[in-house]
Design a binder for this molecule. Structure first.
Ligand SMILES: Cc1ncc(COP(=O)(O)O)c(C=O)c1O
Length: 383
């Protein structure tokens, strides 16, 4: 009775099925290796935690944070974007703290679109994208990401008659772990500008890159008509702190500020101080964190390949995207794998129709546990 059409339109999640399967594995006495959730298992840098500890003892942090109080984090964010990508932004008009990128996206869509507008979004893609589109009353149009194109959308294939209000992209990508170069972002920004759409780039894996590979920013293509969402969740292992920032087109940031003014009061000042400290850390700190995930990739991917799995070697992110062996559908495989071996992975179907045929491994366990997970998966039977 008390469900709005908006609430009813938020899609349910396949993850409930996985939870139940993990429960059955535990009940059967199996030890569960949970690789189904992309939450970092690392700790934030100690200096970041010190900043937060000190803030909790400072009574000035106990009040509601006003917009003017966000200056510290806004200026740290602009320093980071300049240092890392060479992008110079005005901290007063082109940057806004978020309570995580996920919150930011949901409110950004409400701020820059109207009900019924078309949102182009990746398929497969991060599942909350569809929920955010539903809450904003949008008409989501999936952009297929295919392995043959490196999981980049074919913008030329989008019919000229379609009039999207926004184009949502995410590289390094969840779930495929694909990456995009600067030339791609330039093409996407040009395309969006021509079509009168806002390019929204969700960038939580900006620093989770391996070897010499460094991820570009969509803002390198200019800020007009582009907004990028950054997060401290993965890059600084601060997922539970709920903090990130939006950066880019001043008009879109102003609209987002207005909408957020109606629903929240900015992150706790202590968390803003901790996030500002994190963003000012030298790049080597982020590289060291990324190396942990690289070592896990180097354990899991060869182990899966030895067992005959087809899986690309990711250059970034905290995932491996692997083809389901045989002709089994991804949900059946993931449920059976959890029930029979205790290894929980995410079925590709959970990320959209084009995710079918794949499963996603989150690299959230040490290398030896990942190797053990691969060995266990070799024994799964699906008939
Ligand atoms: C693509 C993508 N966007 C956003 C998020 C959530 O970021 P945050 O913790 O900043 O809300 C995730 C988390 O897994 C993600 O994979």
């Amino acid at each position: 009775m008390w469900e709005s059409k908006r609430a009813a339109a938020v899609p349910g999640s396949v993850f409930a099925l996985m939870d139940a399967a993990k429960g059955r594995a535990r009940a059967a006495g199996l030890s569960v290796i949970d690789l189904s959730i992309g939450s970092s298992d690392q700790a934030p840098p100690e200096t970041v935690l010190d900043e937060l500890r000190a803030a909790t003892r400072d009574p000035d942090t106990y009040r509601y944070p006003l917009f003017s109080d966000t200056a510290l984090l806004r200026t740290a964010a602009t320093r980071y974007l300049d240092r890392r990508f060479g992008i110079k932004l005005n901290p007063d008009t082109e940057v806004l703290p978020l309570i995580g990128a996920q919150e930011g996206l949901a409110h950004l869509l409400m701020a820059v679109t109207d009900p019924g507008d078309i949102l182009l979004l990746p398929d497969p893609g991060y599942p909350p994208y569809l929920g955010a589109a539903a809450v904003a009353g949008l008409n989501p149009v999936p952009l297929p990401l295919h392995a043959e194109r490196g999981f980049l959308p074919d913008l030329d294939a989008i019919p000229a008659t379609l009039q999207p209000r926004a184009l949502l992209l995410n590289y390094p990508n969840n779930p495929t772990s694909a990456v995009a170069d600067q030339a791609f972002f330039q093409r996407a920004a040009d395309w969006a500008r021509q079509r009168g759409a806002l390019l929204i780039h969700d960038h939580p894996y900006a620093e989770l890159t391996f070897g010499d590979y460094r991820a570009p920013s969509a803002l390198e293509a200019g800020t007009a008509g582009v907004v990028e969402l950054h997060s401290l969740s993965k890059t600084h292992h601060m997922g539970g702190f709920r903090v990130g920032f939006a950066a880019g087109d001043a008009a879109a940031i102003a609209a987002l500020t207005r909408v957020k003014g109606a629903v929240d009061f900015h992150p706790y000042l202590g968390i803003q101080r901790a996030a500002a400290r994190a963003l000012d850390l030298p790049d080597e700190v982020g590289r060291a964190g990324a190396a942990t995930f690289q070592a896990r990739r180097d354990a899991l991917v060869p182990a899966l390949r030895e067992l005959g799995w087809q899986v690309a070697m990711p250059q970034a992110s905290m995932y491996a995207w692997a083809q389901v062996p045989g002709l089994t559908d991804s949900v059946t495989f993931a449920v059976r794998a959890a029930e029979q071996t205790g290894v929980a992975v995410s079925p590709g179907r959970a990320f959209g129709a084009r995710g079918e045929g794949f499963v996603r491994f989150a690299l959230v366990q040490p290398p030896e546990v990942l190797r053990q997970a691969a060995q266990r998966l070799a024994t799964v039977t699906v008939t």
